[in-house]
Design a protein around this ligand. Structure first.
Ligand SMILES: *Cc1c(COP(=O)(O)O)cnc(C)c1O
Length: 399
């Protein structure tokens, strides 16, 4: 997919619109609509009402006192996106996009999903707003995530198993893009992270920026100053960019993204894109991707299905290039330890994705002064991961 390109939606050298001519009209229509509605008072009021009344925002900024004492260093706050309706930050993006699509006169949403979390969130928004919904999911993933397939169907959506390629997330994205090309008139492609061709990385970032808009006001109220460190896990990068966005101009706030190292960045079983990837063009954007020696997209691995994507959003690629944000790699082992640690210490079971950020906090907080402040985004709740974590520890739970 590299037919037409232009300089729109660049983050430094990254981003852009590397898409077939047939998709050009769709992204232009979307960009124009978004540029209109993002400044529309009524649209923003409706979205805020959905966020607050339906999704349960604002999410809490919780002082993790026991964890702080236990680690003995920086003061740790948790931004609780796990408390949102449907259990993660994904609802922020899908409510925004579904409302935008509806304003554009679209009656049908399509989406890609890997583990099923974004598919379930999109199906939820479609049910709420009375829209048709079709979710593309790699056939392998439909088998691994049968419960989420059931949830999407329960919410009134169709789930289409994708058999091409490795029959996983990247193939589901490709299939959703193809489907969008053939049905632009009534369909909006509700993309799940800050990736893909412009304007998606910008649109998704703006809807997720509610996380840092809130956390900034909350920390100023609680501490009277900005944090020293803001940290989040990175798959495609939507919860992380949302967590970073309103601090980017505050140069003293250190931004840290935690990638999934899988079994280690020195192995082939990893999903740490910044730490192991190279620049490339895929899924409509220029960014960093995990690639084999021939430049083909490499199979990626992480215990966390939500971080198991071979690319990273272009704005993160730019924040990395410019040195504004730091990207560290966290292994499966470290994440599972952190999953158990936060459960035991604070009574909060985090998503295994979020546990990657908790793991890095466990590494760096003890060496920080006690007057330093750290915010960790807990992107989702961990109920969905309990069976897999038990299995990792050698216990087979039959659900
Ligand atoms: C999907 C998901 C992620 C990864 O996606 P990003 O776009 O990187 O935020 C992280 N945490 C949870 C709980 C998720 O469901």
């Amino acid at each position: 997919m590299e037919n037409s390109t232009n300089s729109k939606g660049r983050f430094g050298n990254h981003g852009g619109q590397y898409i077939p001519e047939t998709l050009m009209n769709a992204v232009i229509e979307l960009e124009e609509a978004y540029n209109h509605y993002k400044n529309d008072k009524e649209f923003n009021e409706e979205l805020t009402t959905l966020f607050n009344e339906y999704a349960g925002r604002p999410s809490r900024l919780y002082f993790a006192e026991k964890m702080t004492k236990d680690l003995g260093g920086a003061k740790i706050y948790l931004k609780r996106e796990d408390l949102n309706h449907t259990g993660s930050h994904k609802i922020n993006n899908v409510l925004g996009q579904a409302l935008l699509a509806k304003k554009m006169g679209k009656t049908r949403l399509i989406a890609e999903t890997g583990a099923g979390q974004h598919g379930v969130a999109t199906a939820t928004a479609a049910a709420l707003l009375g829209m048709e919904c079709v979710v593309f999911m790699g056939e392998e993933d439909t088998k691994r995530q049968a419960l989420n397939v059931y949830r999407m169907k329960l919410l009134g959506s169709d789930v289409i198993p994708v058999k091409s390629g490795t029959a996983t997330l990247k193939d589901a994205v490709s299939e959703a893009m193809r489907e969008w090309t053939s049905r632009i008139d009534d369909t909006h492609y509700c993309l799940g992270s800050v990736m893909g061709p412009h304007p998606f990385p910008t649109i998704v970032r703006d809807f997720q920026a509610v996380i840092s808009r809130e956390s900034r006001a909350q920390i100023l109220e609680k501490e009277g100053r900005l944090p020293d460190v803001v940290m989040a896990c990175v798959g495609g990068g939507s919860n992380a960019i949302g967590s970073f966005y309103h601090y980017i101009d505050d140069k003293d706030v250190k931004l840290i993204g935690c990638e999934a190292a899988g079994r280690g960045i020195d192995t082939f079983e990893t999903a740490a894109t910044i730490n192991t990837g190279r620049e490339g063009i895929f899924h409509g954007m220029k960014s960093y991707f995990c690639q084999d020696k021939y430049g083909q997209i490499a199979p990626v691995y992480s215990i966390s299905a939500g971080l198991d994507y071979p690319g990273i959003g272009p704005e993160h690629a730019y924040l990395h290039d410019s040195g504004r944000a730091q990207y560290v790699a966290v292994t499966d082992d470290e994440a599972v330890d952190a999953f158990e640690y936060l459960s035991r210490t604070e009574g909060i079971i985090p998503a295994i994705e979020s546990a990657h950020a908790v793991a890095h906090a466990i590494k760096i907080a003890p060496a920080m002064d006690k007057d330093k402040i750290m915010i960790i985004t807990i992107s989702g709740r961990g109920d969905k991961d309990c069976a897999a974590m038990a299995r990792y520890r050698g216990v087979d739970l039959s659900e």
